[in-house]
Design a protein. Sequence first.
Length: 279
Amino acid sequence: MTLKRILAVGAMFALAGVALAQTAQAPAATPTAPAATATAPAAVPAPGAEVTATPEAAVAVAAALPADGPAGPGDAKAGEGKAAACAACHSADGNSADPQYPKLAGQHERYIARQLALYKSGERDNAIMLGFAATLSSQDMRDIGAYFAQQVVTPGVADESLIAEGPNAGRKFYAVGEKLYRSGDAARGIPACAACHGPTGSGVPGPTWPALHAQHAQYTAVQLRAFRDGAVWGKDANASAIMAGVARNLTDEEIDSLASYVQGLHNVIDAPPAKTAAR
Ligand code: HEC
Ligand code: HEC
């Protein structure tokens, strides 16, 4: 793969600032996949075989979680009860029925805990989630995260209808996003999404690299537009500006196509039989 590509991915890491600079010192915590996929897609770990849990101490962003911490690993059983308040929107098993609410099933425990901490502190701005996160302790956040992490995400489907007009006319709707997801566009400084989120969208366990697979396209598109507008989750040393850099040059068509592609992504190992599988 080209030097340009490597530089583009490198630039994304530079943008990530402190959080990434610190994880870079701890190779086990860094998804070494980014560099690897960018240069040699064959080096991407097989789906399901992807990466082990991130060592707790090695991840910089975890440091900024709420003052009542540090919390220990989540207890899924305790989390099940604590998650009852979330069911109205996210469903009891984390597979929300309404596409404006993200699926939490199969999401990584520490990613969920970090987002709840960011909502509580207002560093991720959302009035609804501020209300629900406000009463949670950091241990509650880990427990709830552990509960949803154990749930199995229901598969989604990518939109295969043909694009009617424009330069991509005649291609399947998700195809524009598929190409970006796998290869990025080095000329425009867009890194391959797979480099960080994995070839099947399973992310990396830990606070920083969310699973995307089977997520509702509507929710994903809203987040990508917010990132394109410069949204950064977290403040100061806790800030993660990666996605603002990634999304900066995405067009509307690319965002909607990426969101559709991601909705149809699944881990091959978890996937239902081929005839019902989302592409
Ligand atoms: C009234 C509906 C509602 C309820 C109830 C609710 N949420 Fe949410 N949740 C949302 C919405 C809307 C978003 C997307 C917010 C945004 O755009 O940042 C969200 C986002 C999230 C996210 C971020 C997901 C991601 O992929 O980044 C997490 C984690 C989360 N909610 C957890 C919870 C938990 C835990 C509870 C219960 C304690 C809960 N929610 C209750 C509506 C709700
Ligand atoms: C260099 C690593 C990296 C690359 C490349 C990358 N992402 Fe991300 N992505 C992240 C991180 C880190 C987060 C979590 C955001 C945070 O903590 O601020 C994230 C979050 C997201 C989210 C929000 C997930 C949720 O549940 O709310 C979406 C959607 C997303 N990325 C899509 C993409 C797409 C699409 C691409 C390719 C165009 C991409 N990402 C490329 C690192 C990356």
